[in-house]
Design a binder for this molecule. Structure first.
Ligand SMILES: [Zn+2]
Length: 262
């Protein structure tokens, strides 16, 4: 019996790529340990998560099902002096991923399986600077620091939200990672998005009137993350500023917050 099982595993190793083996094991783990969303969790989201609170009632069940799936699949781990990640913090992180990917039926950003949470800005040995957050595609990590992450929720309409920002980085990277067996942007929507980038970045760099914050002028990655923050937190202003670019983002992210929220 043991040898049959061993041989079976061996066959898997030979015929399946490594990423598929990992996916199979994860799939089994998710089925066994489903994260539940309690009434208390829903009340917490209603109170502290702007997007969920404003989401039209008919979309709320879908949001909660996707959130449950994401929380079941992701590992959220404390780092630095952080002792533990509270269930409330897990909800805020999971709900941020759910919000950014809400337009897709089954996109869960599988490549980014682990979220590390530091208590505050942390020193990154890789580029020898302090960081508020980053995304590491090599190890499938999204890294957040708690203080600026929570500050992002204080004003949900200022276009500054570290959680949205880092998930947007992960989403853009995932679009170019093909081993995750997920399909992110439609090629046509991505091509249309790219046409807006040079002119809009130039406006930020020249200090001309724009709806996007300065950080977006750093490079194309930062620009995308800032555009996604603006899309969710300043939807109305973004649409008034450039309706065609706003519509491009609606196609790209497969959702329109101005329609979904009331
Ligand atoms: Zn960034």
């Amino acid at each position: 019996m043991a040898s049959t099982l061993g041989a079976c595993h061996f066959c898997l190793m030979i015929f399946l790529p490594y990423s598929q083996i990992i996916n199979l094991f994860n799939e089994a783990r998710w089925r066994m340990f489903q994260r539940k969303i309690s009434t208390k969790d829903v009340q917490f989201l209603e109170e502290y998560f702007f997007y969920f609170a404003r989401l039209q009632p008919r979309y709320k069940t879908e949001f909660l099902n996707k959130l449950k799936d994401i929380l079941t699949r992701k590992r959220i781990i404390p780092r630095g002096d952080m002792r533990q990640v509270s269930p409330e913090l897990e909800l805020l992180i999971g709900a941020t991923i759910t919000m950014v990917t809400f337009g897709w039926n089954s996109l869960r950003l599988n490549h980014f399986h682990t979220i590390l949470v530091y208590p505050d800005e942390y020193y990154s040995q890789i580029n020898q600077t302090y960081h508020r957050g980053e995304v590491n595609p090599k190890y499938g990590l999204i890294i957040l620091s708690l203080k600026p992450f929570l500050e992002g929720f204080i004003d949900p309409t200022d276009g500054i939200n570290l959680g949205i920002h880092e998930v947007a980085h992960a989403l853009k990277l995932a679009h170019f990672i093909h081993t995750d067996e997920e399909r992110e942007f439609s090629p046509k929507a991505w091509e249309t998005y790219k046409k807006w980038v040079p002119d809009e970045m130039k406006k930020i760099r020249l200090g001309l009137p724009t709806v996007f914050r300065e950080r977006g002028g750093v490079d194309e990655h930062e620009f995308f993350a800032v555009v996604v923050e603006t899309f969710f937190e300043k939807s109305q202003e973004f649409k008034a500023y450039n309706p065609k670019f706003y519509q491009t983002m609606v196609y790209l992210l497969k959702q329109d917050p101005l329609v979904l929220l009331s």
